[in-house]
Each structure stands twice: as structure tokens, then as C-alpha cells.
Design a protein around this ligand. Sequence first.
Ligand code: GAR
Length: 175
Amino acid sequence: MLASGGGSNLEAILAAGIPVAVVVVDRPCRATELADEAGVESELVEWNDDRLDFTHRVVDALERRGVEVVAMAGFMRILDKPIFDAFPGRVLNTHPSLLPSFRGAHAVADALEAGVKVTGCTIHVAVPEVDAGPILSQEAVPVLDDDTVDTLHERIKAVEHRLYPDTIKKFMESA
Ligand code: GAR
């Protein structure tokens, strides 16, 4: 798994019994602590302003553990072509909107600002273009009148915590 933040999707994936070979993070974050607690290896691959070099180091960290499927969850770095060459069609991502709406790093805030009444989350196969690639599953989440970015994102995450593990399991079974 690749993570940069709270690690709540990692927690859900571990709780679902999906075998995680390594958690790669680009910064110190809670995901590392969760990996430690679960007895899963983690590795910090520090961002160095060189996307190609960074990608190669991430791929190396994954290949050293014999990873078969890569799952990004809140990984806030854009990766270059080598990861898609190393794991063709096997890099997954969860995004907090109904793609193709609201791509990018501020999907929840953008949905609120647009005034949509329904948003949601999307699990998809990642490709070099950001927040694009074949959609595996989606689920709608209503936007409430008094929602803030935080309340809406928490409701979306609650759905991701069920949908992402279910989708990964189905993906691995069919691979
Ligand atoms: C998730 O909601 C994920 O969809 C989102 O970050 C959150 C990570 O939560 N990803 C993006 O916004 C990517 N642009 P977590 O760290 O608690 O799993």
C-alpha cells in the first residue's frame, strides 16, 4: 500500500484480512504506526523533487517485497511511468468523488464549492493520467446542507472503508 496520511483505508484493508506486504509512505504519518501495530513492514521513501527518481525508489521498495497489487490510499504524490510498467493494470486508487467529476487533490472541497447534492467515492485502476483509468466501483454519498469539507470527507471515507477492501478482494480473485 502507498499512503501519506491518516491511514484509515489501510486500517480497513488490514481489518478485512487482505495481506499487505509493505506500506510505503512519502512522509512520517499515522499509516506507518498502523503498519507497525499490525506487524507489517513499512518504508519511508522521501520525496526529493525528482518524480522519476522518486518513482523508481517506490517501485524498488515494492519489488523487494514481491508485491503483486499496489493500492494507493491518500498517497499525495503523482507517480511516473515506471510504476505502471512494473505493475501493469495492477495499481489501484481510491478517490473521494464520483470520477470523472472532481479530479485532483481537493475533490471534497471542489464538490462542496460546486454545490452538488451527491458526490461519493471511486475505486479505479490508476494510469499515468491523474485520477483517470478504468473504474472498478463507485458509490454515491449525499451532500448535506450543513456539510463542511471534514464532515463530508468523513462520510465518504466511511464508504471507502467498505468499498475499497471489497473491490481489492474481487480484483485479486479475478487477477
Ligand atoms: C481518502 O479519502 C482518499 O480517497 C483520499 O484521501 C483519503 C485518505 O484517507 N485521496 C485523495 O484525496 C487523493 N487525491 P486515509 O489516509 O485515512 O486512508
